[in-house]
Design a binder for this molecule. Structure first.
Ligand code: NAD
Ligand code: LMR
Length: 361
C-alpha cells in the first residue's frame, strides 16, 4: 500500500501533519498489536473517542492497512501506522497512554498460562521500548496471561529504574463487564445500572466476583451464586470453547462438503475480541478522563498493590492525573468469598513469581 504519510506530504497536506504533530488538545494514544482481533475494533473505537487527538497503530503485520481503513473515519483523531520492530520507537515517542493487546490468544483446551512462553517475551520487548520512549505513559496491559504479564512489565520498568506502580495497569475490565451482564440477566436489570466488583486477577479461580457487594444491592440464592461465580470465572473459556464446538461441527461437514474448509476457516480458534475491545475502550476512556482531571473515576484493575500480602492484585482503584491515585480495600467479604480469596491468592502467587523470574533470569 502507498505510504500515506509520504503521499500526504507530496500533496502538501501539511495541516493534518501539523495537527498530528501538535495534537495539543487531546491525548496521544498508542495501540501495540493494533492489527489483531482485539486491536482492530479497539483502534476503531479509540478513533471515535473525542479525548484522543493522535492515535498510533503499531503491529508486526498489516499495520498500514488497518491505519488506512481507520483513518477514513471522519472523527477528529489523527491516525498513524507503524509496522515492525524498526518503527516501534517512533510509535511510542510522546504517548500519554499505551494499550497492549499484542500476543497470541488461547486455542480450545489451553489455559491462559499456556500463552506465557510466547507472550512474556512480546510484552517484555514492548515494555523495554516504552521505557526508552515514553516512560511516563499510562500502560494498559491486555496480553495474557495478565496475572504474569503485568509483573513482567513492572520488572522491566524496575530494571530501568523508572517503575511507577501508578502507571502500569492490567486490564480486568472484561471480567467486570461480564459480571455486570450476567447479574443483570438473572436479576432482570439493565446491565448499565449494575456494578459488580471483581477482584484478584484475570484467570480461572483468580477472577473473584464479590457478589455480596453488587450495586444495586441484590440478594442471591446459593445456586445463583454458584452459577454466577462459575460463569464469570469461565467467561473467557465460554468464548474460546464456542469456537471449539463450531470447529467440531465444521470438520465433520468437511468430509462431506467442499465448503467445509471455508466454514472451518470462519470458525477459527481465538478468544474474546469484540467484548474485549469494548471493555478495553471503557477502561482506556476512564484513564483518559482521569488524566484530564475528572474526579471519582473508579474501576477495577490489576495493579501493584498492598491490599493483600501479594505484590499485585486486582481491586477497585481511583484513577487520576498520575494513573492509580488510590487503591481501595476489598471491603467485608462473606465466608464464600473468603474461601474464594484464599484459592485466588494461591494461584496468583505462582503466576506473579513466574513473571518476575522471567525478567530477572
Ligand atoms: P490476535 O492474534 O488476533 O492479535 C494479536 C496481534 O498481536 C496480531 O495482530 C499480531 O500480529 C500482534 N503481535 C504479535 N507479536 C507482536 C509484537 N511483538 N509486537 C506487536 N504486535 C504483535 O489476538 P487477540 O485475539 O487480539 O488477543 C490478543 C491478546 O489479548 C491475547 O494474549 C489474548 O489472550 C489477550 N486477551 C486478553 C483479555 C483480557 O481480558 N485481558 C481478553 C481477551 C484477550
Ligand atoms: C478472556 O477472558 O476472554 C480473555 O482472557 C481471553 C481468554 O483466553 O479467555
Amino acid at each position: 500500500p502507498p505510504n500515506l504519510q509520504m503521499v500526504e506530504e507530496d500533496l502538501g497536506l501539511e495541516r493534518v501533519n501539523c495537527r498530528a504533530k501538535g495534537a495539543s488538545s487531546g491525548f496521544k494514544v498508542a495501540i501495540l498489536g493494533a492489527a489483531g482481533g482485539i486491536g482492530q475494533p479497539l483502534a476503531m473505537l479509540m478513533k471515535m473517542n473525542p479525548l484522543v487527538s493522535l492515535l498510533h497503530l503499531y503491529d508486526v503485520v498489516n499495520a498500514h492497512g488497518v491505519t488506512a481503513d481507520i483513518s477514513h473515519m471522519d472523527t477528529s483523531a489523527v491516525v498513524r501506522g507503524f509496522l515492525g520492530q524498526q518503527q516501534l520507537e517512533d510509535a511510542l515517542i510522546g504517548m500519554d497512554l499505551v494499550i497492549i493487546p499484542a500476543g497470541v490468544p488461547r486455542k480450545p483446551g489451553m489455559t491462559r498460562d499456556d500463552l506465557f512462553n510466547i507472550n512474556a517475551g512480546i510484552v517484555k520487548t514492548l515494555c523495554e521500548a516504552i521505557v526508552k520512549c515514553c516512560p511516563k505513559a499510562i500502560v494498559n496491559i491486555i496480553s495474557n496471561p495478565v496475572n504474569s504479564t503485568v509483573p513482567i512489565a513492572a520488572e522491566v520498568f524496575k530494571k530501568a529504574g523508572v517503575f511507577d506502580p501508578k502507571r502500569v495497569l492490567g486490564v480486568t475490565m472484561l471480567d467486570v463487564v461480564r459480571a455486570n451482564t450476567f447479574v443483570a440477566e438473572i436479576m432482570g436489570l439493565d446491565p448499565r445500572e449494575v456494578d459488580v466488583p471483581v477482584v484478584g486477577g484475570h484467570a480461572g479461580v483468580t477472577i473473584l466476583p464479590l457478589l455480596s457487594q453488587v450495586k444495586p444491592s441484590c440478594s442471591f440464592t446459593q445456586k445463583e451464586i454458584d452459577y454466577l461465580t462459575d460463569r464469570i470465572q469461565n467467561g473467557g473459556t465460554e468464548v474460546v470453547e464456542c469456537h471449539s464446538i463450531a470447529m467440531v461441527l465444521c470438520s465433520s461437514i468437511m468430509f462431506e462438503s467442499a465448503f467445509g474448509c471455508i466454514l472451518q476457516a470462519k470458525a477459527g480458534a481465538g478468544s474474546a475480541t469484540l467484548s474485549m475491545a469494548y471493555a478495553a475502550v471503557k477502561f482506556a476512556d476512564a484513564c483518559l478522563r482521569a488524566l484530564r482531571g475528572d474526579a471519582a473515576v473508579v474501576h477495577c484493575a490489576y495493579v501493584a498493590s498492598e491490599v493483600t500480602e501479594l505484590p499485585f492484585f486486582a481491586s477497585k482503584v481511583r484513577l487520576g492525573r498520575n494513573g492509580v491515585e488510590e487503591i481501595y480495600p476489598l471491603g467485608p467479604l462473606n465466608e464464600y468469598e473468603r474461601a474464594g480469596l484464599e484459592k485466588a491468592k494461591k494461584e496468583l502467587a505462582g503466576s506473579i513469581q513466574k513473571g518476575v523470574s522471567f525478567v530477572k533470569k
